[in-house]
Design a protein around this ligand. Structure first.
Ligand SMILES: Nc1ncnc2c1ncn2[C@@H]1O[C@H](COP(=O)(O)OP(=O)(O)OP(=O)(O)O)[C@@H](O)[C@H]1O
Length: 262
């Protein structure tokens, strides 16, 4: 019997004015996979993430997640269905504490709204303690618990990236979309990130789709890779297949695919 994919994207496309940013994009992700999405600058990678998370409404095609169509749903509903993401440019609540950045993720799932908790309305108290405990447990996994009361903006860059992943996971996703998580990291931080990704994938039973320019990371960690160029899927396969694909070599002309590329 064929196993149902977690995510099935069929002929997805979006047009901005006269520009077809992405066309005929297909992707199948099975539970537990770690798949890379690569391509030169402006290829359409973040646009794919924006369509998967409801930030952009696709003009063509369909997104099926966990057997249900996602197109047209607002971002918060997509989060509740089980897709979470990080951003190319870190988006944390800079002036909130490390703990509150993670707690907000739990509120996305909670029945009582964030507003009710800010106003400290009665339902808020029923699970606030539990949320705080869970958030601290989370921070422990990311080795950030000792910084729980620190403002997010005061964390060193590598830790902010880690916190962003923690925040994304606090909504309990089945699918995690990581948009250039190693950007701006030094080699030591990048190696730690690779270990962290392997760990969270096991720990949280995750499926991961990763956009990354660091080829060493992508080739080293992904089981499959899809390559976009000018909004079109030009290759997909194992790291080895993709690395040697003529269209990929052409798209990255002048750059060594398989070597680090920032
Ligand atoms: N809201 C928008 N309005 C108009 N054009 C857009 C919009 N969002 C993206 N684009 C265009 O779509 C194309 C793909 O952009 P996208 O950011 O998805 O590329 P990318 O592969 O993520 O690039 P990078 O690696 O540089 O982050 C670009 O030409 C970009 O200018």
């Amino acid at each position: 019997m064929e196993v149902k994919p977690l995510l099935k994207v069929n002929h997805l496309g979006i047009q901005f004015g006269g520009l077809k940013a992405v066309s005929e994009f297909n992707l199948t992700l099975h539970k537990g996979e770690l798949v890379g999405l690569i391509g030169p600058n402006g290829a359409g990678k973040t646009t794919v993430f924006n369509m998967l998370t409801g930030v952009y409404v696709p003009t063509e095609g369909e997104i099926i997640f966990d057997g249900k169509k996602l197109n047209g749903l607002p971002p918060y509903k997509i989060t509740r269905r089980g897709i979470s993401r990080t951003f190319q440019n870190i988006r944390l609540f800079a002036d909130l504490s490390v703990l509150d950045n993670v707690r907000i993720g739990y509120h996305t799932l909670a029945k009582n709204s964030l507003l009710s908790s800010i106003l400290r309305l009665p339902p808020h108290f029923s699970n606030e303690k539990e949320m705080k405990e869970k958030s601290i447990e989370f921070l422990k996994i990311f080795r950030l618990d000792h910084l729980k009361d620190e403002k997010a903006k005061n964390l060193p860059y590598g830790m902010q990236r880690r916190l962003e992943i923690a925040r994304a996971l606090s909504t309990g996703p089945k699918l995690l979309l990581l948009d250039e998580p190693a950007a701006g990291m030094n080699p030591k931080e990048t190696t730690e990130l690779m270990d962290l990704m392997a760990f969270i994938r096991e720990q949280f039973d995750l499926t991961i789709l990763l956009i990354e320019h660091d080829m060493k990371l992508v080739m080293g960690i992904c089981e499959r890779i899809s390559v976009l160029d000018h909004g079109l899927l030009i290759a997909e396969g194992t790291p080895e297949e993709v690395r040697n694909h003529p269209k990929v070599i052409e798209a990255y002309l002048g750059e060594e695919v398989g070597e680090e590329h920032a």
